[in-house]
Write a protein that binds this ligand. Structure first.
Ligand code: NAD
Length: 338
């Protein structure tokens, strides 16, 4: 796959997108990197933080404050690498028409047509929410790709519809360079603008930094696949052909750490990262309300076999160690703000 000289990241001022912009500027210093974001959730601060963390100095990518569909006017006949992260990421939005139109509407189909016409390379974010509650959740097994398709909410459904369009395009042209990644629970620097949608690690660290004891549903052994943002970005780059495998196989893949982390483990990792003493801010447990129980994901775990086979990507970070390091980073950041 020839390496494009331009990369465009939609949602590039968001959590994952800003980290992608910085990683692309580092991996391809001679290429043009363009961030498109309408800043409904994203912030210039994410870009500054990401470039700083990648030791790149001030932000060097171009920034276009537009709806992501503006991308369609920028891409011509020269092959471009596209990272599509822009979406309604608030999983509690229940306007079904709006969610489907924004995340998987005609503009999405238009983007894939453009990719086919001009041999662009496209990597986009799908979600573990496409799984809903598969049988593997009850038996605590990893979710194989084939188990998805019965999402529990409209957000997951919109990502499933997005994938369906991709699958149709791939059937028309198996060589189309399109990679969809089902992100599991991503955590790491750059998520401070996400409010209630920030990761559990971020929210617990902020609570504990404010002196509030963590509160978990009894018994705290519910587990999720928590994946560090640097692994997510490396996998996006692998999907663009910038990893060890120069010709990744198009398709939809899981993107998790491949390890379950219980909420008790997560809380202990945050506690360790913040340097709390034994017995300080002990976890308070409470019963899960029946309304939450109905759609609660007790267990998620990415089966990463295909991701390794098709993209040559293997996650490098142990989630518990990465959460510990992340919590100390958040402590440092909060100290710097005071
Ligand atoms: N963070 C996670 O744990 C997670 C899990 C599964 C899937 N995802 C997916 O990964 C992608 C990135 O998520 P994130 O966590 O970085 O969220 P985020 O909300 O931080 O990033 C999304 C960015 O897109 C921008 N945006 C939204 N709609 C737009 C539009 N119409 N035009 C232009 N910009 C627009 C927002 O301003 C924001 O900066 C999303 O597609 C999300 O659905 C994330």
């Amino acid at each position: 796959m020839p390496e494009p000289s331009t990369y465009i990241v939609t949602g590039g001022a968001g959590f994952v997108g800003s980290n992608c912009c910085a990683a692309l500027s580092r991996a391809r210093p001679d290429a043009q990197v363009i961030c498109i974001d309408d800043f409904r959730v994203g912030s210039f601060r994410n870009l500054i933080e990401a470039y700083e963390r990648h030791a790149l100095g001030p932000v060097s990518c171009e920034v276009v404050a537009q709806d992501w569909t503006y991308l369609l006017t920028l891409i011509g006949h020269q092959s471009v690498g596209i990272v599509h992260m822009a979406a309604i990421t608030d999983t509690t939005v229940d306007d079904q028409a709006q969610m489907l139109d924004d995340n998987a509407g005609p503009a999405w189909d238009g983007l894939m047509e453009a990719v086919l016409e001009a041999s662009h390379t496209l990597v986009y974010a799908s979600s573990a929410a496409t799984y809903g509650t598969p049988p593997q959740a009850a038996t605590h097994e990893a979710f194989p790709l084939s188990a998805a398709g019965k999402p529990d909410n409209i957000y997951g459904f919109s990502k499933w519809v997005m994938e369906n369009s991709h699958r149709r395009v791939q059937q028309q042209d198996a060589s189309a360079s399109i990679v969809g990644l089902r992100f599991f629970n991503v955590f790491g620097p750059g998520e401070s603008n996400k409010g209630a949608m920030a990761s559990m690690a971020y929210k617990l660290a902020q609570q504990m930094l404010a002196g509030t004891a963590p509160r978990l549903f009894t018994p705290g052994d519910q587990a999720r696949d928590q994946v560090y943002v640097d692994d997510v970005v490396d996998c996006v780059l692998a999907g663009l052909g910038l990893g060890d495998t120069k010709n990744p196989t198009p398709g939809v893949y899981n993107l998790g750490s491949g390890r379950p982390t219980t909420f008790n483990q997560l809380t202990d990792a945050v506690r360790a990262g913040l340097g709390l003493k034994a017995g300080e801010l002990p976890t308070e447990y409470f019963e899960m309300p029946a309304s939450v129980r109905e759609f609660y994901q007790d267990f998620t775990l990415a089966d990463m076999t295909e991701t390794k086979r098709g993209l040559g990507f293997v996650p490098a970070h142990d989630p518990v160690e990465a959460i510990t390091r992340y919590a100390s980073y958040l402590k440092q950041q909060s100290g710097a703000r005071r």
